[in-house]
Design a protein around this ligand. Structure first.
Ligand code: NAD
Length: 366
């Protein structure tokens, strides 16, 4: 059986202990005194292809915290790529420090570190890293994606992420309600940032009864006005009378404080790491009969987009066609979850591993 949430158990362990227990191939520590760059690149698994994953810049409280984050995130990328049929492995980079440290030399030095791995790791944007930062990185390495459209890139991946999330929501609704039509369904979208706002547009077109919330009142009012969705206060979310809850803001919103209050039949959103404890909270959702569309699958549209860009000759239409597969994959995972009586997140991880193992065996060792 695949252990789905081993990070907690190894937090106190040695670095080698963590790498071994999570199954990583490589952890690279980069330091550059003149620019103050402290970066860590985690390569989890490259059986399917080079490890692709964004770079996150964060003022981590400790080096241990940064290592735990890069290991956890890079492992998640392995599953995301594998489940969505991409020939990519899982990797991620973290840069320790205040985002204000970023300047041309800092970012280009980071590009050099990425380049030194010879293509085993490909970087992209993540928290506190913008497309303009990728342009500096691209001056030093070709192993970067997520460039602006004017530079031949695929542009903002959020509309593709929102599309995949929408399809995953429909597949989950089919399982829960017997139909994938969202017409008349009470759907709450938490967070109307890049992904949330594009998702709301699609839901409104399908005549769903859409409710939106955000911590920024201006943004919330604007999306409500532009789309016709009803704005609610962020503190009403977990007790709200809804058919579908769509987390599109932060991770870990399904936790000990919220899980018993949720009255929905489906959870399907774009946020990463929605279950605070994948194993424990996944099991509770299963017991409560709430259909959970695995987050790393239904939000994989963004990865599909940056992957298409990296492969060259970016084509929006074929990217959307690839993202369309999310509907059928979600359906098979929910079937597996029902037949085996296991949480859908676990079913998705098992399915991702089985593809990695099968494709790993395809490659003859000469
Ligand atoms: P974003 O920053 O544009 O939007 C997030 C929104 O959530 C913001 O408007 C923010 O104000 C709001 N928010 C934050 N805390 C909130 C709270 N407690 N209650 C309500 N609203 C709150 O980010 P995004 O690009 O839309 O990404 C949203 C989520 O989707 C993130 O978890 C991200 O990791 C994940 N994701 C995004 C993409 C992508 O293509 N952008 C791809 C995969 C996963």
């Amino acid at each position: 059986m695949v252990e789905i949430n081993p990070v907690e158990k190894v937090r106190e362990g040695s670095i080698y202990g963590q790498i071994t227990s999570l199954g990583h191939e490589q952890l690279v520590i980069c330091y550059d005194e003149p620019t103050g760059l402290k970066a860590i690149i985690g390569i989890h698994n490259t059986v399917l292809g080079p490890a692709l994953g964004g770079t996150r810049m964060w003022n981590y409280a400790s080096e241990a915290e940064a290592i735990t984050d890069v290991l956890r995130l890079s492992r998640g990328m392995t599953f995301k790529a594998a489940i969505s049929g991409l020939n990519l492995g899982g990797g991620k980079a973290v840069i320790i420090g205040d985002p204000k440290l970023k300047n041309e030399a800092f970012l280009r030095r980071f590009g050099r570190f990425v380049d030194s791995l010879g293509g085993r790791y490909i970087t992209a944007e993540d928290v506190n890293m913008k497309t303009s930062d990728m342009e500096y990185i691209a001056m030093e390495t070709k192993y970067v994606t997520g460039l602006p459209e004017v530079r031949g890139g695929g542009g903002d991946p959020s509309p593709v992420t929102a599309y995949g999330t929408y399809l995953g929501m429909k597949a989950a609704s089919k399982k829960a309600f017997g139909t994938d039509s969202l017409e008349g369904k009470r759907i709450l979208v938490q967070g109307v940032g890049q992904v949330g706002k594009y998702l709301v547009e699609r839901l409104m077109k399908e005549n769903a009864e859409v409710f939106v919330t955000d911590i920024f009142e201006d943004k919330l009012a604007e999306v409500a006005k532009n789309t016709g969705a009803t704005a609610i206060s962020p503190d009403m979310v977990y007790d709200f009378d809804m058919d579908i809850y769509s987390p599109c803001a932060l991770g870990a919103t399904i936790n000990d404080d919220t899980i018993d209050r949720l009255k929905c039949k489906v959870i399907a959103g774009g946020a990463n790491n929605q279950l605070k404890d994948e194993e424990y909270h996944g099991k509770i959702l299963l017991e409560k009969g709430i259909i959970y569309a695995p987050d790393f699958l239904i939000n994989s549209g963004g990865l599909i987009n940056v992957c298409a860009e990296f492969m060259g000759g970016y084509n929006r239409e074929s990217t959307y066609r690839h993202a369309e597969k999310i509907y059928d994959i979600t359906t098979s995972i929910l079937e597996k979850s029902a037949i085996e009586n296991i949480p859908s997140q676990q079913a998705a991880i098992e399915m991702a591993w089985s593809r990695i193992e099968a494709i790993g065996r395809v490659k003859l060792p000469y």
